[in-house]
Design a protein around this ligand. Structure first.
Ligand SMILES: O=C(O)CCC(=O)C(=O)O
Ligand SMILES: [Fe+2]
Length: 504
């Protein structure tokens, strides 16, 4: 498919924290340029203070603080929306107000995220809400899966979420976002912002009422299609006056009506899937699993035994602890700057494919990479040829990986697989802790593993005789809050021929 939407060369900031940090940098450079200009000229740049307060501009924030900032999906969404929607408007405003050509600002505006990128982030938020069963009014207040963050979604962010849900024909979700936005507006009014950025309230009332009516009419008469309901509502609202609209709104917002509305909007629940239950960490614990030191796979382990934890017995899944060091992780990140966007495998042409994460093959030979390869041999006792590579991945806003198999009958082929046979086993190193979400889940066998920096998960995709084992199906839960890094090595079948003879 090559229609631009999937173009690898188009920046998708939302698909990784690496990308989000680039975007934060664009915004900060924009602010820095304005501040520098004001200093040079020794004059006041009008509305500069307002701009800085709108962008969470933090002078001299450390690299760690920046990662923490973009690791939170609400911040990331806000950053994407601000730079996509607002930054070009601020740019136009400052250009006019300052009255000169300002080349460095022009360059930065070219780097703002695409609509597709912003939509990916919004879908990521929706995914987080659905998979973890979060309430939208909690999200809006920065309460994520039981953890309260010092973040509040802004009026414009809330409206943008409502608009996307409306566009996606999820009128229930749209009404929830609009309802919160409407309440938020009652608290704050930014006259200056409205002047520069446009006033989104005008549309909000109409959209909120439409979403509510479509949802209600569809709920009370499920035989109607949503399209029919929308057409009916649009017709009945076509020539409603501004005054009537305000009256409707204040009516809806009366305390007793609002309570009723809230109940109606939040009452329906779809049962959780196996995958969702796993992501929420609700599978039952497996009995009789042990931890031990492993010192017999290779002679080296006799000198330096490794901490090993059983995760599942049949099929066998194990986890090694403290097998990737912080210094190695630093090198790994440094050498993975050219990461490509990965897409969820929905091949419906008309739909925008979700980005899942960014990944790169770690091809540069370096002492560290070889050391990790040797460690994998020590851990597993398997044989590697030189051509096999390591894959690095970094996740973004609500990034996830749908349930899939690592063996090739799942519909892909890599050069390694043609040369070396199918992927017998997978070894996954967690190169970061993930404070919330981002578990690896095996839905068929009800196993959830939460990432732990420096640990490595190890499982088989095939039976001893090379047949695929469907119990190896696995997925990555959406990251709620965090900067998820992994390193994966696939162990191919053919080189193991003499190490793992078939049981007859
Ligand atoms: O990162 C994970 O938890 C699993 C990644 C994965 O399944 C894959 O890359 O094939
Ligand atoms: Fe996988």
């Amino acid at each position: 498919i090559n229609d631009g939407l999937y173009d690898e060369s188009i920046e998708r900031y939302s698909s990784s924290t690496v990308g989000l940090l680039k975007l934060l940098n664009v915004e900060q450079q924009f602010a820095d340029s304005l501040i520098r200009f004001a200093k040079q000229q020794g004059k006041k740049v009008p509305a500069l203070g307002a701009y800085l307060s709108a962008v969470d501009y933090k002078l001299n924030s450390s690299p760690r603080e920046k990662v923490e900032y973009v690791s939170n999906p609400l911040n990331a969404l806000s950053l994407l929306r601000r730079t996509h929607e607002d930054l070009p408007k601020w740019h136009a405003y400052f250009k006019k107000a300052i009255g000169i050509n300002f080349e460095s600002l022009d360059k930065l505006v070219e780097k703002v995220p695409s609509l597709v990128d912003l939509m990916s982030a919004m879908k990521g938020i929706k995914r987080i809400a659905n998979i973890y069963d979060l309430r939208i009014d909690d999200l809006a207040e920065g309460l994520l899966h039981g953890k309260q963050y010092n973040i509040r979604m802004t009026y414009r962010d809330l409206i943008a979420m409502g608009n996307l849900m409306f566009q996606q024909r999820d009128y229930q979700a749209a009404a929830k976002w609009y309802r919160i936005a409407y309440k938020r507006e009652l608290e704050d009014r930014y006259e200056l912002f409205n002047e520069i950025l446009g006033n989104p309230s005008e549309n909000l009332y109409r959209q909120y009422i439409k979403s509510l009516f479509v949802y209600e009419s569809y709920k009370s008469n499920p035989l109607h299609s949503v399209e029919e309901a929308l057409i009916a509502v649009e017709n009945s609202m076509a020539d409603i006056s501004q005054e009537e609209l305000y009256k409707l709104m204040s009516n809806l917002n009366s305390p007793e009506n609002d309570v009723e509305l809230e109940r109606g909007l939040y009452q329906t629940k779809t049962p959780a899937s196996k995958f969702e239950i796993g992501c929420r960490g609700l599978y039952r614990r497996k009995p009789k699993l042990v931890c031990r030191y492993k010192f017999n796979t290779t002679p080296f382990l006799r000198l330096a035994p490794m901490k090993f934890e059983e995760i599942n017995i049949n099929p066998y899944i194990g986890m090694y602890h403290n097998v990737l060091y912080d210094s190695e992780i630093e090198v790994l990140k440094e050498q993975s700057t050219n990461m490509a966007n990965g897409y969820a495998d929905k091949r419906n042409d008309s739909e925008i494919r979700d980005t899942v994460a960014r990944h790169a093959w770690w091809t540069d030979t370096s002492a560290i990479r070889e050391r990790i390869n040797r460690r994998i041999e020590d851990m597993t006792g398997f044989n590697f040829s030189k051509t096999e590579m390591l894959q690095v991945a970094n996740y973004g806003v609500g990034s996830y990986f749908q349930p899939h198999f690592d063996y090739t009958s799942d519909g892909f082929e890599t050069p390694d697989v043609s040369a070396l046979g199918d992927r017998l086993a997978s070894i996954l190193f967690y190169a970061s802790d993930v404070p919330q979400g981002g578990a690896t889940v095996f839905p068929e066998i009800k196993v959830t593993v939460f990432p732990r920096k420096g640990s490595s998960l190890y499982w088989f995709n095939l039976f001893d005789d090379g047949r695929p084992d469907i119990r190896s199906q696995h997925s990555v839960c959406p990251v709620i809050n965090g900067d998820r890094w992994t390193l994966t090595k696939w162990i191919h079948l053919l080189p193991q021929m003499f190490i793992m003879p078939c049981k007859s």
